[in-house]
Ligand binder design. Sequence first.
Ligand code: SF4
Ligand code: SF4
Ligand code: FES
Length: 238
Amino acid sequence: MAGTIAVSIWRGRADGSYQTFAVPQRESQTVLDVVTWVQRHADPTLSYRFACRVGMCGSCAMTVNGRPRWTCRTHISKVVEDGKLEIGPLANLPVIKDLACDMQAFFEKWQKAKGAFTPSKSRSDPIERISPATAPRQAADAGIECINCAVCFSACDTVRWNDEYLGPAALNRAWTLVNDVRDAGNRDRLSAVAANGGCHACHSHQSCQEHCPKALNPTASIAGLKRRTMQAYIRGEL
Ligand code: SF4
Ligand code: SF4
Ligand code: FES
């Protein structure tokens, strides 16, 4: 494969602009390969994040031709349009520099949604057997493979309009814990996700599910939280 691609990359902070580079085209080249080529061969001051390069760490997400994606698993052959590629930082997060966003709000919302496991047992208790065939475990397993990439957060219109909205990833995480029978934090967690900016702010338009690179369905998790918080409310638990 020969030739070059015209790659426009965001430079600077929110008031920055796109800068175009001619990048040699290679076989099986990913968007992350393109960004790395620019940093190594054209401009060493280009800032971006990555770690694993194999779709596990969630750190490499960027906006590619207008759509949020994991760049290490996105081949340019799937996304180049008319020999051009536009690569920007994720939307809905402040830009630190170039392609690197400030992820603080994203992770603080995980904390706000009580996305940390609350143990119900101590280390001296016997290890509990959890059958993978039970309905709660299957509901938890359906959302467990999240890699915290923030692609869904960047794709969500409600996040864009509503600063308080916890967002699809944090709520998906909360749903996995609501269904984890070993967890003891559900009263606080259900209160947190039922509050302003919680699950009831979601409009169910499924942009998160459409963009998630791990094929998760945060919309379904959020629908589960809506049902569960309503049940808790009717029972007087909230
Ligand atoms: S379904 Fe809900 S969380 Fe998903 S993108 Fe739409 S508003 Fe956001
Ligand atoms: S739910 Fe999917 S898109 Fe959202 S952070 Fe997790 S892996 Fe990324
Ligand atoms: S570099 Fe780890 S998911 Fe892309």
